[in-house]
Design a protein around this ligand. Structure first.
Ligand SMILES: [Zn+2]
Length: 256
């Protein structure tokens, strides 16, 4: 993938998630460029959390650091079908819901589902293992705080959500301005695996300005069948766009 074109489309993507970044196109995932993840904190004074933050994501979910908590209960989600578009942003493929697509509830607070996108390989690792794919479902509450539900995939059976997106992906161009209508997309079709077991920790955006206070919920790895062609297609678009792991952070897992 041509490096310059990737830079352009990144800015477009992050505007959606991060509206206080002054210049979203001025960072990359390539350390050699001098603007890679290790340098993000120095590029912009508003991005210092990328360097100095204490709750930075992603992390390695290591058994030894996990505390088992049962009082958090099941992952409480109530998704519903809504019209959506899909866009190839050059470094990821994002599905954006235009209507009310439902919410998750954490500690009594509702976080509405806005969009989802994939990273390949996964950003979070489990006991040091990086998996093929990671889905981020981005939610926002009325106070503006973010909660991201992440699903880490390995090979296995497909879910209906990805089957739907798959039909559209083949015709996507890298033009960041080009949305493709998906029609009605039901986030309830996303295969979550067990809603009883998940990792929960307080982290950050994985892109500048690396804002902290993001509630992360990582569902344990879910099986997913990817045709080789689709995997290649995903990998071509999103491969290499993942942030360095922060192995030292603590996390919890819920086992009911
Ligand atoms: Zn993400």
């Amino acid at each position: 993938m041509h490096f310059t074109s990737v830079q352009c489309v990144q800015g477009e993507n992050f505007l959606f998630l991060v509206n206080n970044a002054d210049d979203e196109s001025s960072f990359t995932y390539e350390e050699k460029s001098g603007k890679g993840p290790r340098s993000w904190g120095e590029i912009n004074p508003h991005w210092q959390a990328c360097k100095n933050g204490t709750l930075q994501s992603p992390i390695d979910l290591l058994d030894q650091r996990v505390q088992v908590l049962s009082h958090l209960g099941r992952l409480n989600r109530d998704y519903k079908p809504a019209p959506a578009t899909v866009k190839n942003r050059g470094h990821d493929i994002t599905v954006m819901w235009k209507g009310e697509a439902g919410e998750i509830k954490i500690n009594g607070t509702e976080y509405k589902l806005l969009q989802c996108h994939w990273h390949s390989p996964s950003e979070h690792t489990i006991n040091g293992t990086r998996y093929e794919l990671e889905l981020h479902l981005v939610h926002k509450c009325s106070q503006g705080n973010l909660a991201v539900v992440s699903i880490v995939y390995k090979y296995g059976r497909p879910d209906r959500m990805l089957s739907k997106v798959r039909r559209q992906i083949c015709g996507l161009s890298v033009d960041p301005k080009q949305d493709k209508e998906l029609g009605i997309v039901n986030p309830g079709d996303i295969k979550f695996g067990s809603s009883r077991k998940y990792y929960r920790y307080l982290g950050s955006l994985t892109v500048p300005p690396c804002t902290e206070g993001v509630i992360w919920t990582i569902v344990q790895k879910v099986s997913l069948t990817f045709s080789i062609q689709l995997l290649v297609r995903f990998a071509l678009v999103v491969f290499g766009f993942w942030r360095l792991i922060k192995p030292e952070w603590f996390c919890w897992v819920v086992v009911l």
